[in-house]
Ligand binder design. Structure first.
Ligand code: TXA
Ligand code: MG
Length: 366
């Protein structure tokens, strides 16, 4: 199969692929997704194949507006609507109870016409998408092209990040092509992603609501709207053997380039000095550092790969650059990557979370 790159002008063709049960690389404001019609279990099944994703890792659904929530969810707390008002469309995924079918609906289904994507599960979303859980992640994305695809297709789009499982998420159509070339019919090119890290995931099925994955909507912003918000331990540390994170995906090795990563946290000046002191003076050690410290690493006899993560104080820029930086390191032959890591405020929490996961929580505090 040849994977086509579609331009924004070809958005109708893109929506047609989805409606026809095919897979589509789809731009969102966070990262590119690998989309399929979320109501079609056959289409959803192909996502797992193309990504090499474990079947027990559920997908989130991308919807047009909060007005679609009642089609797919039940027991929706008032908090969900307050959050939607504040942050949708935008980089926030809410975990809610998935809507069950009534016995009458199930009966009607059994007696009705059967088509290739009829599913007879107990809930309105196929088990193939929810991994059989009784909850579902709902996200209303802000990227105009993504919204246009949802509007044209008139179906919730199931989409995980568009990377091969374990690799850094794609933030450009080119990244996605690296991973999905020959595996999917098309990628809709919506330019580089504005946020750069995946959406914030908030579980609203427990009290207080719990942050499962930090992202573009910050913990501080969530607390402003909701008051108390708990933080899942998987956000800041490695899960131990036998421990089960609430977001199944958080237990897998993730975001990892080929070479091992050492994350260095704390004061940026001290961090840069620490790296310079411990770096081997060969081209086998790569560095991802804040913009200000580029000259410190670029000089010297070795042609070591050095990539800027953006200015130390600009965490938005760091979020936009992180996955590209990790992927760029894969294009070199480094054996170890030293990376400066921001503090936990604002979107820094999301950048630190991804970097720490890429490092397998091998973190040095300076
Ligand atoms: O920004 C994003 O969220 C991107 C774009 C494409 O929208 N999507 C994305 O999907 O990051 P994915 O599948 O790569 O990450 C979703 C995470 C996974 O860790 C998954 O385990 C978790 O959400 N998740 C999905 N459904 C869940 C549920 N019902 N309960 C708890 N966690 C869930
Ligand atoms: Mg992912």
């Amino acid at each position: 199969m040849k994977t086509q790159i579609l331009s924004p002008a070809e958005v109708e063709k893109a929506a047609g692929i989805l409606k026809g049960g095919g897979l589509l690389g789809i731009p969102t404001e966070t990262v590119y997704g690998l989309g399929a019609d979320g109501l079609n279990p056959m289409a959803v099944g192909q996502i797992f194949q193309a990504k090499g994703r474990p079947q027990d890792n559920p997908l989130i659904l991308h919807i047009w507006s909060a007005g679609w929530l009642e089609r797919y969810c039940e027991d929706i707390p008032d908090m969900a609507y307050r959050l939607a008002e504040a942050f949708w469309p935008g980089p926030l995924t809410m975990i809610l109870k998935c809507k069950r079918r009534t016995p009458q609906e199930l009966e009607e289904l059994k007696n009705g016409p059967v088509c290739s994507y009829t599913h007879f599960g107990p809930r309105v979303i196929p088990d193939a998408a929810t991994a059989g859980l009784d909850t579902v992640g709902m996200r209303c994305p802000a990227h105009p092209l993504c919204r246009e695809v949802i509007r044209l297709a008139q179906t919730p789009i199931a989409a995980p990040s568009g990377n091969t499982s374990g690799r850094p998420s794609p933030t450009t159509a080119r990244h996605m092509l690296e991973d999905m070339e020959g595996k999917i019919p098309a990628i809709l090119d919506g330019g580089p992603c504005a946020v750069g890290v995946e959406s914030t995931i908030l579980d609203l099925t427990c009290r207080p609501p719990r942050l499962l994955r930090p992202g573009g909507v910050t913990l501080e912003q969530l607390r402003e709207v909701l008051g108390e918000v708990a933080v899942d331990p998987a956000v800041t540390r490695q899960m131990e053997a036998g421990e089960k994170p609430r977001a199944p995906g958080m237990k897998y090795r993730h975001y990892a380039p080929k070479a091992p990563v050492v994350a260095v946290r704390g004061d940026p000046e001290r961090g840069a000095a620490y790296i310079r002191e411990h770096l081997s003076h060969t081209r086998w050690d790569g560095v991802i550092c804040f913009e200000e410290f580029l000259p410190m690493f670029a000089e010297g006899p070795t042609e070591r790969p050095v990539i800027s993560l953006g200015p130390a104080t600009d965490q938005g820029e760091q979020a936009r650059r992180l996955f590209d930086a990790l992927r760029a390191m894969d294009g070199t032959d480094v054996k170890r990557i030293w990376a400066q890591c921001p503090g936990d405020g604002g979107i820094g929490l999301a950048v630190a979370n991804r970097l720490n996961k890429a490092a397998g929580f091998h973190i040095i505090e300076v």
